[in-house]
Design a binder for this molecule. Structure first.
Ligand SMILES: Cc1cc2nc3c(=O)[nH]c(=O)nc-3n(C[C@H](O)[C@H](O)[C@H](O)COP(=O)(O)OP(=O)(O)OC[C@H]3O[C@@H](n4cnc5c(N)ncnc54)[C@H](O)[C@@H]3O)c2cc1C
Ligand SMILES: NC(=O)C1=CN([C@@H]2O[C@H](COP(=O)(O)OP(=O)(O)OC[C@H]3O[C@@H](n4cnc5c(N)ncnc54)[C@H](O)[C@@H]3O)[C@@H](O)[C@H]2O)C=CC1
Length: 499
């Protein structure tokens, strides 16, 4: 008979980047121990081809793998597809959905996050997180004439640019697009790319690549937990047809500074005897708000008084960490919405660590770092958590990893390479910050955030090739006052000065 309770020196919960990286690191540190990886998702995310591009910028590929393929490369990692439902820290025990119990020596919780939707249980409101939700979105889009995208962060920016053959109404709370990544200047620089025609040739830039090789065949909806898959990431839409039913090529209308007030299903809306607005085809129609003669399955009333009908709504409104099974145990403190971790990725209870999207950091950060729920940070935290677990187990001390010195993120928006460094939006810098901007329309946007002559952050859009130099300048905090505006003078080869 199979034992109901098994003991493992190391148990990791979560098969996303954070959990898998943590398990890999522990498995190589302790080759004679078995590392147990419990994951609600059938496929796990493995980091491959990792390259340190510069001191803090990194590049890697991600592969979705089945447990059996992954275990071939890591024979001392045991992957079990199972959702953890309870944690009992007093007994060092986790309980899985089938009632099976696992006792740990050390535990690292890497259960990620899920979309924070504007309305739960509404069949017309979709969030995008994992392969299942991305496929559901693609399926709905293939029959759609109009979608409404709510939110102004990473997912919304990607969708409004990629969707074709369908009218897109983009409702944002802010005055400008892309508020989680950009300042108003950068938003203005990017806007023409959204409203104009897309380039035929897509930019190939150095960035992480998402591969779903074999994912299709391996998907089995009966065993895949719909709400708890691993997060997608860079290039998730590559090779995916994001096309609606209309002949229109790329058509986006933005409603600024508004939120969702009410949602109505068609029958309820018709009873209200209110008028919805047609998709504004031009500036003139924006002013006069032509009534919409089409009928739609769902209607959205915005706080600016406008009402639009659509086929479905994408709620790209941030994430909420999957903490519920773990915080039933009262010893785990929560800050913000995540599990609180200290500078050694320890939670508030002994032998329990957390990493990735599920955690909220509570250490005093370096002046140029902030937590953001991103792929790179999930990998870094998973790796560092394993180092800290090892050190604690061996009674050694360990310094905070260098990757937490500087926030560094490479990505792509609207087919431009985007690099964000340090306090790129002047986060928490107070009032004595200064901005310097260099912008060539359609080509590049360079912004640096300066404080008392020192560089604190930068936004680099386009192929600026400035990331390494600026990374050094932020890290070494050299006094740059003497250079004044020349710092961004394109006629001066800045790298010669500072490399
Ligand atoms: C559409 C999309 C695009 C993105 N694009 C980018 C990008 O371009 N760049 C970037 O840096 N970041 C991007 N991100 C963010 C990035 O993907 C995440 O920050 C990162 O993957 C989080 O990794 P994680 O391991 O912490 O969590 P997840 O990937 O969410 O993994 C959590 C794991 O835990 C499992 N799990 C959950 N609950 C339980 C439980 N109770 N028991 C057992 N297992 C459980 C899940 O099945 C999953 O395997 C994107 C995210 C999305 C959704
Ligand atoms: N290229 C990249 O780096 C990408 C990163 N991601 C990451 O994936 C995760 C999920 O992405 P997003 O959902 O876009 O989250 P996000 O955190 O990037 O953005 C959320 C947006 O929703 C807005 N919002 C929140 N509540 C709202 C409400 N009730 N009504 C209207 N707007 C509201 C916020 O103001 C913000 O603009 C994030 O961690 C994000 O950083 C996602 C896509 C691309």
């Amino acid at each position: 008979m199979e034992e109901r309770e098994q003991r493992y020196e190391f148990i990791i919960v979560g098969g996303g980047i954070a959990g898998v990286t943590c398990a890999q690191q522990l498995a190589s540190q302790f080759p004679s121990d078995v590392v147990l990886l419990l994951s609600a998702s059938r496929l796990i995310k493995a980091v491959t081809n990792f390259k340190q591009v510069s001191k803090t910028l990194e590049k890697f590929d991600i592969e979705e793998q089945s447990a059996s393929v992954f275990q071939e490369s890591y024979p001392n990692i045991l992957v079990i597809e199972s959702t953890v439902t309870e944690l009992n820290t007093a007994q060092h025990r986790v309980t899985a959905e089938n009632g099976k119990e696992y006792v740990y020596g050390q535990l690292c919780i890497c259960a990620g996050a899920r979309p924070k939707l504007i309305q739960q249980n509404n069949p017309y409101v979709l969030g995008i997180r994992d392969t299942d939700t991305a496929k559901e979105f693609q399926k709905r889009l293939s029959d759609a004439r109009r979608v409404i995208v709510v939110g102004n962060g990473g997912i919304a920016l990607e969708l409004v640019y990629e969707i074709e053959g369908c009218e897109v109404i983009w409702a944002i709370k802010d005055k400008d697009i892309g508020n989680t990544f950009f300042d108003p200047g950068a938003a203005q620089f990017l806007l023409p790319s959204l409203m104009g025609e897309k380039p035929d040739v897509l930019l190939q830039c150095k960035r992480t690549k998402f591969t779903t090789e074999g994912g299709d065949q391996q998907m089995d909806s009966s065993t895949t937990n719909r709400t708890l898959g691993s997060a997608l990431g860079p290039d998730w839409h590559e090779g995916m047809k994001l096309k609606g039913t209309r002949q229109v090529f790329h058509k986006v209308h933005i409603e600024y500074q508004c939120e969702v007030d009410q949602l109505y299903l068609k029958d309820d809306f018709l009873k209200l005897k209110k008028t919805a607005i047609a998709f504004p085809e031009n500036k003139e129609e924006e002013k006069i708000s032509k009534p919409d003669n089409d009928l739609w399955p769902v209607y959205i009333c915005l706080t600016n008084g406008k009402i639009y009908g659509c086929d479905f709504i994408v709620s790209a409104t941030g994430v909420v960490p999957n903490i519920e099974p773990f915080v039933k145990d009262a010893t785990l403190e929560v800050i913000g919405s995540g599990i609180k971790v200290d500078d050694h990725m320890r939670t508030t209870t002994t032998d329990v660590y957390a990493a990735g999207d599920i955690c909220t950091t509570s250490w005093q950060p370096s002046p140029h770092w902030q937590q953001m729920r991103l792929w790179t940070q999930a990998r870094q935290m998973g790796w560092y958590a394993a180092k800290c677990m090892t050190a604690d187990r061996q009674g050694e001390s360990i310094d905070m990893d260098f990757c937490f010195e500087l926030f560094a993120h490479i990505t792509k928006f609207f087919n431009y390479k985007v690099v964000l460094l340090g306090k790129y939006n002047g986060q928490d810098l107070g009032t004595d910050q200064e901005l310097m901007v260099r912008c060539t329309s359609g080509q590049e946007y360079v912004k640096v955030v300066m404080q008392r002559g020192k560089m604190m952050g930068a936004v680099l859009i386009g192929d600026t090739d400035l990331e390494e130099t600026f990374e050094n300048l932020i890290l070494n905090q050299m006094d740059l006052s003497a250079y004044g505006e020349d710092l961004l003078n394109p006629g001066i080869d800045i790298e010669d000065y500072f490399d």
